[in-house]
Design a protein around this ligand. Structure first.
Ligand code: Z15
Length: 840
């Protein structure tokens, strides 16, 4: 029936309630209103920063109205919801994305224009929200965009770090320096503090089993910290649906402890509160390495416990029996970082809800889903048992119980199925023996989840056949599957490459509101490969994007870039397995080759500009040397009169989402050259291809599926395949061959470096030594075929018409890699959730 108006005069209310500001006139009024009131500033002396803030607050108003309607709809319809738990959300900037998703960018632009400002300048004012390291964090951000765009009831849960990923500075010698990222120093219009939404989170203390015939225990004492919610609105594309990203901030439970002050313990009281603030103070900048730091474990528990408490409170409002949790909640673990939700949910169900262990276990394993993002051993999380016991005594008991007493489900099952297979038991146990013992988080995530997935076909196969092989044999293959990663075409095409987006809409005669949400429509571009005028327009967009980047580099670094060259880009975290070394050694090889040519020969060479960008973990020594080498090679070759017009090299500092948005649309080729079997998926490969850049890559991760989609003739593959890698490593270990014999071309490159051509050779020695001895990532094995692949690129680039055709075909066939497809796969095959559109 019709709901009764809650209070007051209905007409008065309804006349006063407003909708979003969508026409230029009301947008202008709203922006100026924010200048006058929210910002408390005079209209006549407004600067660009103020104009940005006011425009952002106006856009935010629209988001809030949609957010309210969406959340009300979820409350009314009570659909099953999915929660995406990620320690990282690499959101980048919000204003442009929000205006585009609202379909209001043109109106805001017009309004800002009339007020005497330039929209591009305003956008530049915004700091990136850089609450992530790399691919994993950016994937989470793309998935939020797609969930809202698909009108799915999905929330993200994360941490509100006061400092995001560090700012990278590069000294003139090429040393990486790290500075804190004070992204919250300016007012952040994109978050809503919810000081009333808070939970007390316990650490340390004692856990005592009741031993009353139930599995229950009491966990008391220790330290309690408050988790406070900050909500970030996630607008869907061309829909009212606006989801929530809830980020937790830590603070002391009751400010300063008055008793301590009275006892004259001022410093103790302040110290206590400092340690509470510390939990969410900084994002750990280590990508794919585990350090076993107590504060990191504290972050993980703080976040999972607050998120779970929030979900359960919301569930309880529905008034359903607790055993219905799996019908209303799906929890997706983004890597093992949130694995503590498994023992935490068990603790709540067993200790607080008084359920039988088996009932609790069934609920848990029907609610949780786990995505694995790596098979690299150094990236698999393990926590020392003594640390876990100290910080989370009750959870440690529960993990032992899952391992032992839930034995009937696990170790006993293993024993029954594989009698006397002690090695298997040791391999599979949640506890790795050693001094100290360690908790294997991937094993816990695996047995505590309903489904486990990898992020590209090859990677999911490797998960099934290597790190979780024993679990596949125990539980059956159907629990283990694949969801190939994707990217949001909103940010990674429409926003970062507006000219290409406009050209596509014009050519397809389809509004972007359609094809951006149905990316297979790009196939409609294929017939136009034969249209010379279209090809020219296509090429002109790339050229324009190169010039846009060149202008940016000129403005920020004062450097002049040759925009009439092939742009060759490798941008990603620095990692030995990603092999930036292979690339820079290839650049040196190219330099040597050019130097040896006659001026006549040089005239036939294609000019090439090579770009690198990426951060190294602050403690990653070899990665930092790699940056040094790149910078110093650049310093030499960029000023060499023999070659500088044909080959130049840039290391762009402080790689970020925003920098990626400028770089990606410029690329003719991009490099994704990890040792086969090491890159789980990669997602920037998809971004480049969507923007018409071609791939140079190994047969690894999502490169394989990209080639399947765009056609192998449009990808430059090289290098050994995954099955060969282990054997080759074995050879290197037991039958080493000197570099000069193994790979003479590379030996010449090493000689050049050792001769001091790029400064003090001693600096690079530790890096070169990793290749000369051991060569775990098989640089020497892949170098020759890498150089060949680059030669094929040069060859192909000579036929510019054919090249542009390749570029168009690549974009046209990238539909599969929309993160909308991924999110629908998770929704249908894992979470079992459905769209819950507003107003239906
Ligand atoms: C990270 O960014 C990735 C994996 C990890 O285990 C961690 Cl800790 C961080 C990356 C993968 O390296 C990359 O191949 C993949 O595309 C991305 O996650 C998203 O799945």
């Amino acid at each position: 029936g019709k709901e009764k108006w809650p209070r007051g005069d209905e007409k008065t209310w309804k006349d006063a309630i407003r909708g979003p500001d969508t026409d230029t006139t009301s947008i202008t009024k709203s922006v100026v209103n924010h200048v006058q009131t929210s910002l408390a500033r005079q209209a006549y002396n407004l600067d660009t920063s103020g104009a940005y803030q006011a425009a952002a607050l106006s856009v935010r108003d629209n988001l809030i109205l949609n957010w309210n309607d969406t959340q009300l709809q979820y409350t009314r319809k009570a659909p099953k919801r999915a929660y995406y738990l990620s320690l990282e959300f690499l959101m980048g900037r919000t204003l442009d994305n929000a205006m585009l998703n609202l379909g209001l960018k043109d109106n805001y632009k017009e309004s800002v224009d009339k007020l005497g400002f330039n929209m591009e300048d305003l956008l530049e004012q915004e700091r990136d929200a850089a609450l992530g390291n790399g691919g994993l964090g950016r994937l989470a951000a793309c998935y939020l965009d797609s969930s809202a765009s698909q009108e799915l009831p999905v929330w993200g849960y994360g941490l509100r770090y006061r400092y995001g990923i560090f700012q990278q500075l590069i000294s003139p010698e090429g040393q990486q320096l790290e500075a804190p990222d004070p992204w919250l120093e300016m007012q952040n219009p994109w978050e809503l503090p919810r000081l009333d939404v808070n939970y007390e989170i316990r650490f340390y203390g004692q856990a005592e089993r009741l031993n009353d015939g139930t599995p229950r225990a009491h966990w008391t004492g220790g330290q309690e910290v408050l988790a406070v919610a900050y909500d970030v609105m996630i607008p869907g594309c061309y829909t009212k649906s606006t989801n929530n990203l809830r980020l937790w901030e830590s603070k002391p439970k009751r400010g300063f402890d008055l008793n301590s002050f009275n006892a004259g313990n001022y410093e103790g009281a302040v110290g206590e509160s400092n340690s509470a603030f510390a939990i969410t103070s900084v994002l750990y900048p280590n990508d794919q390495t585990t350090f076993g730091k107590e504060l990191r474990l504290k972050q993980q528990y703080f976040w999972t416990a607050a998120s779970l408490a929030d979900m359960i409170r919301r569930f309880k409002n529905l008034g359903k029996p607790i055993t219905d949790i799996p019908d209303y909640i799906a929890i997706q673990l983004n890597d093992t970082h949130p694995t503590l939700v498994i023992p935490e949910l068990m603790r709540i169900l067993v200790d607080e809800e008084d359920l039988d262990w088996d009932v609790a276990w069934k609920i848990t394993t029907n609610t949780v889903f786990y995505t694995n993002h790596t098979v690299l051993p150094e990236a698999l999380e393990k926590w020392p048992v003594p640390l876990m016991e100290h910080l989370l005594p009750r959870h440690m008991q529960i993990i032992f119980d899952i391992n032992m007493y839930a034995l009937s489900h696990f170790l006993q099952t293993v024993e029954r199925k594989f009698p006397n297979d002690r090695d298997r038991l040791a391999r599979m146990s949640l506890i790795e023996e050693g001094y100290p013992q360690q908790v294997r988080m991937a094993h816990l995530a695996c047995i505590g989840s309903k489904k486990v997935n990898g992020v590209a076909e090859l990677h999911s196969d490797l998960v099934r056949t290597t790190i979780l092989k024993d679990f596949v044999e125990l539980e059956g293959i159907s629990k283990f599957s694949n969801v190939t990663n994707g990217i949001t075409p909103r940010r990674w095409l429409d926003q970062c490459n507006p000219e290409l987006s406009a050209l596509i809409s014009k050519t397809l005669k389809v509004d972007k509101s359609v094809w951006l949400k149905d990316l297979d429509r790009l196939e409609g571009l294929l017939p136009f490969t034969e249209d010379a005028a279209f090809r020219e327009e296509w090429a002109a967009v790339k050229q324009h994007n190169k010039e846009r980047l060149a202008a940016h580099v000129k403005a920020t670094l004062g450097l002049d870039i040759n925009t009439h060259a092939m742009f060759d880009v490798q941008i990603k975290r620095l990692h030995e397995y990603k092999r930036q070394t292979l690339n820079i050694l290839g650049v040196i090889h190219r330099y040597i080759t050019l130097k040896a040519m006659s001026p006549e020969e040089r005239k036939k060479v294609n000019p090439r500009v090579v770009f690198f960008a990426g951060k190294a973990a602050p403690g990653y020594y070899i990665a930092k040397i790699t940056i040094r080498l790149i910078v110093n090679v650049a310093n030499i070759i960029n000023v060499d009169p023999d070659t500088k017009d044909l080959l130049s090299l840039y290391f762009l500092p402080d790689y970020s989402v925003s920098l990626a948005e400028i770089l990606i649309p410029t690329s003719d080729i991009s490099q994704h050259i990890s040792t086969a079997g090491t890159e789980a998926s990669g997602t920037s490969n998809m971004k480049f291809c969507l923007n018409g850049g071609l791939l140079v890559g190994t047969v690894d991760g999502a490169n394989i599926e990209i080639a399947e989609s765009v056609g192998e003739e449009n990808v430059f593959f090289f290098g050994h395949l995954t099955p060969a890698v282990e054997d080759l490593r074995h050879e290197h270990r037991y039958h080493p061959v000197p570099l000069e014999q193994k790979c003479p071309a590379l030996a010449r490159v090493f000689e050049k470096i050792s001769s001091g051509a790029f400064g003090d050779a001693g600096v690079y020695e530790p890096l070169l030594a990793t290749i000369r001895t051991g060569d775990y990532y098989l640089i020497t094995e892949d170098f020759d075929s890498y150089i060949q692949a680059l030669a094929m690129v040069d060859e192909a680039y000579l036929d510019r018409t054919e090249w542009v055709k390749k570029s168009i075909r690549t974009t046209a066939r990238m539909g599969k890699f929309s993160s909308d497809r991924c999110i629908m796969e998770y929704a249908d095959s894992y979470w079992n959730i459905e769209p819950c559109p507003v107003g239906k």
